[in-house]
Each structure stands twice: as structure tokens, then as C-alpha cells.
Design a protein around this ligand. Structure first.
Ligand code: NAD
Length: 483
């Protein structure tokens, strides 16, 4: 059995206390990928010290040179696409097609931010006085803590770490303890590409390691995960009394609106992909399908038919459309919400059960699940489940659709399917969400476009991805020059 290590100050090291946690395949728990260090506060301290020591040298390296290292790493990752796709499916449970999209996107993220080395621009601003020259320039923040979830376990670390590095920051990275191996592959590519020691440090572990990192001497923290953990981090940062820069992207309860004028077959396909793609485990997944009353019955029949045809299984064994829940805990949560929905009086029209028999007995499989007769204040319509559970709800007219869409505390992503451009644009302007998709799936975002939620889905401090990401990872200095 393989034992893996942390990466600190350019060396692969076991954790100081030599404790380990197990990495298992959620589609087949007999398949153990390896053991990873359950790190301690001391390991985190060493990683932060190494990052601090490396900072001055890295910050002084020309941005284009930093970018060249990212480009080399992108090419190493590109060489390993097939291996990484299989590893990602084995470790997280997504289908091979879904893993391929994530891995290829990761390569593109590396290339995009490699090029950003040439785009770290300031500006010149005319002075109000004669003979004075004013310019602004961007400087790195220092040591950045990066804490990531399991559901996009290579793309999310990539979209945080590559802009952090190209801007001249050093990083301490704590991936999810459910997906340590794919995270490690990304770090290995950067090591192989020649990243100087200490510039990127990897510390494995769970919540306690995350807590230690938040409590350590960082200059910024970028977190993606649940609202519960994001709020805890927010409180802890406030308690330290140090006003460091932070960015938190969190959960969602995303609506997908179907107007009666939409092409219903297309709407069904988009809604099913939005609700059940990635096993419903995307922060942008649509868990509320809102349908205009004239189209409701026909839509529901077709949607339930589409949901029941989804082939659920082990992504590494044959053709499947949907993999397992990523962990036992996630499956239990999904099933718990099915019970909550039933108790609240919603009608379960499809799925709702743990799948059993044959290969299913070794993994965390659940059938795609559809509820109707859901009212907007029910917990299944308000709380993030993060599984393949869709609530199909009815509305009358666009105003009610928008009111329903906005009736939750989250605001990450919202979709609408309509043939009316006027209705689509009205929806886009009034819906409370950081991302709006018109006649498209709610899942799937492009890496060059700013990304982030509103309301409880985000700290709303800075956007991620695209050139907007460079703003989080740099501070702007204004320089007045009188020659
Ligand atoms: P999580 O909040 O449980 O964990 C996220 C990370 O935080 C993990 O690395 C975890 O080990 C660490 N952590 C846990 N407790 C901590 C603590 N007290 N202090 C510091 N770190 C701690 O989330 P998850 O289950 O890994 O991921 C699913 C969640 O992520 C969902 O809510 C989903 O919506 C959200 N998500 C959001 C986005 C987005 O961009 N908005 C993207 C993907 C996932």
C-alpha cells in the first residue's frame, strides 16, 4: 500500500506526527488509492515558514519567468491527461467524460495564467499638477492559504494557485482529504516544471489542518467550500484581529427556470444535465427546476422519464451517465434530505433510494431523485443538498419565476430556458445570482470569465477566474514622481 507525503520547502516529507488517512474510491470502497498524511499544526507552521522564506525571491522573479514555469507545468499535465482523467474518476467518482472536461480545463487554466505574466499591468494617471508623473503598479500580497473542496479537486486548486503564483505570491495549499491524490499530481507538475522550493507547499489533512492554516500568519486566504465552513473561517479571521485579504466562494441552491415558450425537449435535456450532471455535486448544479404552469405537466413527464433513464454506476466499469456520491457522508446527507422532503409533504416522483445489488453494494450510489409539490419554504427548496435531488416547482408568469428564483439565501448561478429574448434579459437583470445562463446548462463555466456568487454563496469580496482573479492576488500601489 502506498503512503504519500506533504510537500514543504521543496521536499516530500511525512507529517511530523506520522498519522495517516485513507483515500478510497467512492464507486468501490474495496479500492484504496493510498494513505496521506493527517498533518498537524507543526506541519502547517513549517509550510507557512517555508512559503514566507521563499517569498522575496519569488516576488522579485519577473512575472513572465513565473508564467513560463506555469506553461511548462501545463505541458506536463497535458502529457498525462489520460492518466489524470482515470485518477479523477477513481478518486472523486465523476464519469470519465466529466473528468476529461475538468482535466482539460485545468490545462487551459495553467496556460491562461501563464500568459498573465505579460498582463500584470498598472496604469498612468494624469496629475492635477504640472511636472508630476503618477503611475500604479501591482504587487503580490505575500503568503496565500488555499483551501479547496473535493468536487472539482484539480480545477479549483488550479484556478486559485496559478494566478496566485504568477502574481508573485507563495502558497500553502490544503486540498480536500477526499481527493488528495489528484491535488498532489498538480503539485508534482509544478515541481517538475522548476518551481523554486518553498513557493508552493502542500499540506494534507481535514478540518483541523484547515483550522491551523487559517490561524497561521497568512497574508491572504482563498477558500472554496460550504457556507458553514466559510462562515467559520470568516469568524476566525476576525478573531485574529489581522485584516488579511480573503475570498470565499460557497454553496448554492440554483434555480433553472423553464418558460412555457421554451423548446421543451431542449429544456428537459438542459435541466437534467444541470440537476444530475456530476451527480448533482456541482456548486452550479440546478436543484430547483421552476416551470411555468402551462408547460408543467408535459415538462414533468419528460423530465422524470429523462431522470429514470440515467445510467448510474462505477465510472471505471462501462458506460455510465452518473457516478456515485463522493463519500459516505455525502450519500447519507442526500438520503437524509429525501426523508426530510417526504416529511415536509413533498411528493417523491422518482428515485430517492440508495442503489443496492451487484457493484452498487461497494459504492455510494443513489438514483436520480425528483420531488414535486414542493413549496418555497420547505427545507428541500431552501438548503443545499449537493446531490442528485431536484425539486420541480410551478409558477405563473415571469414575475413569479423571478420571485421564486430569488426566494433563497444563496445566489450563485441561475438559468432560464425561453424563446423570448426580452424575458431572458429581464430575468438576467433581476435574478440575484453571480452567474446567469440563458438556454444553457447551469453547470459549466468558462475559465476566462469572472466567476463568483452573490448572497450566501460568496464573501463577494473578489471574483475568481479570468483576469479578475489577478485583482485578488495583487495589491495596487500608487506612485507620485516629481523628477
Ligand atoms: P467543506 O466546506 O466541507 O470543505 C472545504 C474545505 O475546507 C476542505 O478542504 C475541508 O477540509 C476544509 N475545512 C473543513 N472544515 C474547515 C475548518 N473549520 N476550517 C478550515 N478549513 C476547513 O466543503 P466540501 O464538502 O469539500 O465541498 C462542497 C461544498 O463546496 C459545497 O457547499 C459546494 O457548493 C461548495 N463549492 C462551491 C464552489 C464555488 O465556487 N462557489 C465550487 C465548488 C464547491
Amino acid at each position: 500500500m502506498s503512503y504519500f507525503k506533504n510537500f514543504i520547502a521543496g521536499e516530500w516529507r511525512p507529517s511530523v506526527e506520522e498519522r495517516w488517512f485513507k483515500d478510497v474510491n467512492p464507486a468501490d470502497t474495496r479500492d484504496v488509492l493510498g494513505f496521506f498524511p493527517d498533518s498537524s499544526e507543526e506541519d502547517v507552521g513549517e509550510a507557512v515558514d517555508a512559503a514566507r522564506e521563499a517569498f522575496n525571491g519569488w516576488a522579485a522573479t519577473p512575472p513572465s519567468e513565473r508564467g513560463r514555469i506555469l506553461l511548462r507545468a501545463a505541458l506536463f499535465l497535458e502529457e498525462q491527461v489520460e492518466e489524470l482523467v482515470k485518477l479523477l474518476s477513481r478518486e472523486e467518482g465523476k464519469t470519465l467524460a466529466e473528468s476529461r472536461i475538468e482535466v482539460l480545463r485545468t490545462v487551459e487554466i495553467f496556460k491562461f495564467f501563464a500568459g498573465a505574466g505579460h498582463r500584470l499591468k498598472g496604469e498612468t494617471i494624469p496629475s492635477m499638477r504640472r511636472g508630476v508623473f503618477i503611475y500604479t503598479c501591482r504587487e503580490p500580497l505575500g503568503v496565500v492559504g488555499v483551501i479547496t473542496p473535493w468536487n472539482f479537486p484539480i480545477a479549483i486548486p488550479a484556478w486559485k494557485i496559478t494566478p496566485a503564483l504568477v502574481c508573485g505570491n507563495t502558497v500553502v495549499f490544503k486540498p480536500s482529504s477526499l481527493t488528495p491524490m489528484i491535488a498532489q499530481k498538480m503539485v508534482e507538475a509544478l515541481e517538475r516544471a522548476g518551481l523554486p522550493k518553498g513557493v508552493l507547499n502542500l499540506v494534507h489533512g481535514g478540518a483541523e489542518v484547515g483550522r491551523s492554516l487559517v490561524a497561521s500568519r497568512l497574508d491572504a486566504i482563498s477558500f472554496t467550500g460550504s457556507h458553514e465552513v466559510g462562515s467559520e473561517i470568516y469568524k476566525r479571521l476576525a478573531e485574529t484581529g489581522r485584516m488579511i485579504r480573503y475570498q470565499m466562494e460557497m454553496g448554492g441552491k440554483n434555480p433553472f427556470v423553464v418558460m412555457a415558450d421554451a423548446d421543451l425537449d431542449r429544456a428537459v435535456t438542459l435541466a437534467a444535465k444541470s440537476a444530475f450532471g456530476l451527480t448533482g455535486q456541482a456548486c452550479t448544479a440546478a436543484s430547483r427546476i421552476l416551470v411555468e404552469e402551462e408547460a408543467f405537466d408535459v415538462f414533468l413527464r419528460k423530465f422524470v422519464d429523462a431522470a429514470s433513464k440515467i445510467r448510474v454506476g462505477n465510472p471505471l466499469k462501462g458506460e455510465v451517465d452518473m457516478g456515485p456520491a463522493a463519500s459516505e457522508q455525502q450519500l447519507e446527507k442526500d438520503l437524509k434530505y429525501v426523508e426530510i422532503g417526504k416529511q415536509e409533504g413533498a411528493k417523491l416522483v422518482c428515485g430517492g433510494e440508495k442503489l443496492m445489488g451487484g457493484d452498487y453494494d461497494y459504492g455510494y450510489f443513489m438514483a436520480p431523485t425528483v420531488f414535486t409539490d414542493v413549496t418555497k419554504d420547505m427545507r428541500i427548496a431552501q438548503e443545499e443538498i449537493f446531490g442528485p435531488v431536484a425539486c420541480v416547482m410551478q409558477f405563473k408568469g415571469l414575475d413569479e419565476a423571478i420571485e421564486l428564483a430569488n426566494s433563497v439565501e444563496y445566489g450563485l448561478c441561475a438559468g432560464i430556458c425561453t424563446s423570448s429574448l426580452a424575458k431572458a434579459l429581464e430575468f438576467a437583470s433581476r435574478v440575484e445570482a453571480g452567474v446567469v445562463k440563458i438556454n444553457d446548462m447551469t453547470v459549466g463555466i468558462e475559465l476566462q470569465v469572472p466567476f463568483g456568487g452573490f448572497k450566501k454563496s460568496s464573501s463577494m469580496t473578489f471574483k475568481e477566474q479570468g483576469d479578475a482573479a489577478l485583482e485578488f492576488y495583487t495589491k495596487l500601489k500608487s506612485v507620485y514622481v516629481i523628477p
